[in-house]
Design a protein around this ligand. Structure first.
Ligand code: SAM
Length: 329
């Protein structure tokens, strides 16, 4: 369906848990100490399926499973399979930190998950430990291989987290290393500007343009890819010698809200229309009424109220106070 600014909303990100097995400094924050944040209530598989079926009636046909870490949810493969089976849903994909991906890759593929985004900010073991709090990079690298062997297409998402580096050069070298490693394997790598959400607030908003300029120095003049890749707002470049593409999601420095196609469901059932604002509708009481029409109309209400754009450049007006791990990035 179209929102009040004429944007086609056909994509929902569903966070299936707010638990995570990493403590990324900009997302969950170091204070978590490996502890789960506990909700008194988390949507059941049936609840999530009800929301997807209602959303599908409005033309929302693409689903991204997120978290927290979605692979911590025990029923994840069967949940994905059930969502895939809903009439009107054309694609179910997932974003994961990859720690458990090797274990689940085959069952995810069997459940119809053919595309997975792996969030990975560095391939350096020590740097990874410093950002996430865990010694896990080798598990993630192995898991990517396993996922590919199972037939899952993988993209790498990497947040430009300047605070983890001594200076710009270190960050830029890290980006080059990541791109070189994965693009030579034919895997696309996307660099994502850090958004001022949760522990990401107040940190350096490093620009994707600086990374692109550095890539040009290292890999030469790129070609810009005009075709749309995936459902996201990334702008992709291809470089000679690299079979994977390098993409940029410059949410701060190149606002793309005019192309935004998504809404988001939090693990406890709140439906929100923009990352930047806290406004949401609690779907759980509506789901419990077991009335599809009411649910469809609540989703329509959220889409209709979708703001024109985020205000991440203006901290004072950001009303979302939760962390990305609790919303589903
Ligand atoms: N655990 C899963 C994962 O790692 O993909 C899903 C949840 S995680 C919150 C989703 C994505 O949000 C990750 O790529 C993460 O790096 C990103 N993220 C977290 N905090 C962010 C922030 N402040 N700005 C931009 N991206 C952020």
């Amino acid at each position: 369906m179209k929102d009040s600014f004429g944007r086609e909303i056909d994509y929902i990100r569903i966070s299936v848990t707010n638990d995570c097995n990493l403590n990324c400094r900009y997302c969950r924050g170091e204070s978590a100490g490996g502890q789960s944040n506990c909700f008194t209530q988390m949507l059941s598989s049936e609840n999530i399926i009800d929301v997807c079926a209602a959303a599908a009636e409005l033309g929302i046909c693409k689903v991204k499973i997120t978290g927290g870490e979605p692979l911590l949810r025990k029923d994840i493969a069967s949940l994905c399979k059930k969502i895939n089976a809903i009439s009107g849903i054309s694609e179910v994909t997932m974003t994961t930190n990859g720690i458990l991906l090797g274990h689940y890759a085959e069952s995810l593929y069997d459940a119809g998950i053919k595309n997975v985004n792996v969030s990975l900010d560095t391939i350096d073991r020590e740097r990874y430990r410093s950002i996430t709090g865990f010694d896990g990079v080798n598990s993630v690298l192995k898991a990517v291989d396993t996922a590919l062997e199972c037939g899952i297409r993988v993209k790498i998402n990497s947040v430009l987290y300047r605070d983890a580096f001594e200076n710009d050069d270190e960050l830029l070298d890290n980006c080059t290393g990541l791109a070189d490693y994965f693009c030579r394997m034919g895997i696309d790598v996307r660099f994502i500007e850090l958004m001022p959400i949760g522990p990401g607030t107040g940190q350096i908003k490093y620009s994707g343009h600086m990374v692109l300029n550095h890539m040009k120095k290292i890999f030469g003049t790129p070609g810009i890819c005009n075709e749309t890749v995936g459902n996201g707002p990334a702008v992709y470049y291809s470089f000679d010698g690299l079979s994977g593409r390098i993409g940029f999601i410059n949410a701060i420095h190149d606002k793309f809200c005019d192309r935004c196609n998504r809404i988001r469901l939090t693990p406890e059932g709140r439906l929100k229309a923009c990352l930047c604002y806290g406004e949401n509708i609690d779907l759980l009481p509506i789901i419990r009424k077991n009335n599809r029409e009411l649910l469809v109309s609540a989703i329509r209400e959220v889409v209709n109220a979708k703001p024109r754009e985020h205000c991440f450049e203006d901290n004072a007006n950001i009303t979302e106070k939760r962390k990305m791990v609790d919303i589903g990035g």
